[in-house]
Design a protein around this ligand. Sequence first.
Ligand code: 4AD
Ligand code: MG
Length: 480
Amino acid sequence: MKSYTVAELLNSETLLQEVTVKGWVRTFRANRFIALNDGSTINNIQCVVDFENTNEDTLKRIGTGASLAIKGELIESQGKGQKVEIKVQEVTILGDADPEEVHKTVMQPRKHSLEFLREQAHLRTRTNTFSAVMRLRSSLSFAIHKYFNDNGFYYMHAPIVTGSDAEGAGEMFRVTTLDPKNPPLDEDGNVDYSQDFFGKETNLTVSGQLEAETYAMSLGKVYTFGPTFRAENSNTSRHLAEFWMIEPEVAFMDLAGNMDLAEDFMKSVLSYVLEKNPDDLAFLENRLIQEDKTKPQAERNEMTLTEKLRFVIDNNFKRVSYTEAIDILRNSKPNKKKKFKYLINEWGADLQSEHERFLVEKHFKCPVILFDYPANIKAFYMRLNEDEKTVRAMDILFPGIGEIVGGSQREERLDVLKEKMAALDIPEEELWWYLELRKYGTAVHSGFGLGFERLVMFVTGMSNIRDVIPYPRTPQNAEF
Ligand code: 4AD
Ligand code: MG
């Protein structure tokens, strides 16, 4: 007998006489109807047990969460709600799920809070919501690789252990093999990292950009897609201590080209999942519609999930300079009525999430690319503009998310880069290799970083970043 996945059976063009399918019981009704799921699709296949021919012990053990092998015939469904079903000939229990234990876990067939499910991260993909999110996460990562592969980029694996702080924000996790109780000390009483594993201080990377730049300057177009780590103690619904970032880097491309690339790329991956994952999106869309019904009118979503994705694909991202954005914000209602937590008084202010969301959700009502930020609120490597006050930075802001992409044209002039590093007390010895790129055939180049989990949040409509990664790492939380 041939083995099939649930997806293959539900999509089968023909009825099939002899099939085997393995999966987990979602529900078992009236001692007769098993809803079986194997992860291949959000939909379950209904398996109808002939209780007269099934022994009593087996029948008792078919409970929510148990794993089964089912043999039978794929027939036209006798009931409503599905096109086909399996007329079961034989049920084999592969793994029991003790009903007492089931009662304490996500396996219990009822609606659970997302918070409760987070405490059961090892089991939560047995729920419809999380399995849909994780299938979309997988699909999105494939779409990303496909986009770059189709467009002549090379996939570059940036190192995870590094000696430099790419973003200069100092929010790094140290990597060491020294004994924390008894580290070797130098003459001044400081920890002597020359005796550490790598002979110097090292940390987990906050970004693969600097390393990607070196490869863009030989391979032309590269991208990284890997884990990045930030020890920022911000317990928000949009920050993780370990998250995945996609960082393309392209030689001979300026900031305008960078914006074009980012916009085309985002639209392409969204189109891919709209086409490939309609069932999961429909499920999540409906979930949001149900959730909206419990909220006051003002807090409800104006668009459904798929309308929102379509809207981003079909409309141009609005490109606005930082200076224009500050004017808009300064004159905005929430600023005048002191509704913002951080009021915008003058040019130079760093934008907070409340401001970004005002621009995207209330003012422009579409994705926005903000560019030409003040130099002193952005990283050292961004190219200084002629005004010597602003840099060629760009942030892409999405509705409901805020900043989803951060990027820039890079400073390719050796003297300007050195001055900038000196001003920020970044030792040249630390980044000598990065400076060398500016000595041997330097060129205009640009790139950006997309926060993968923020993209998954946008696509799935999940409102907490912890719910779009298999095992979230946040302050005080690394249980499994
Ligand atoms: O804006 P960021 O810090 O930019 C960089 O790291 C550059 N080196 C990128 C580049 O030009 N190659 O981070 C990029 C994106 C942010 O826009 C955000 O989406 C995401 O990474 N991000 C986080 N996502 C989850 N948790 C965090 N703690 C994040 N920090 C940044
Ligand atoms: Mg940023």
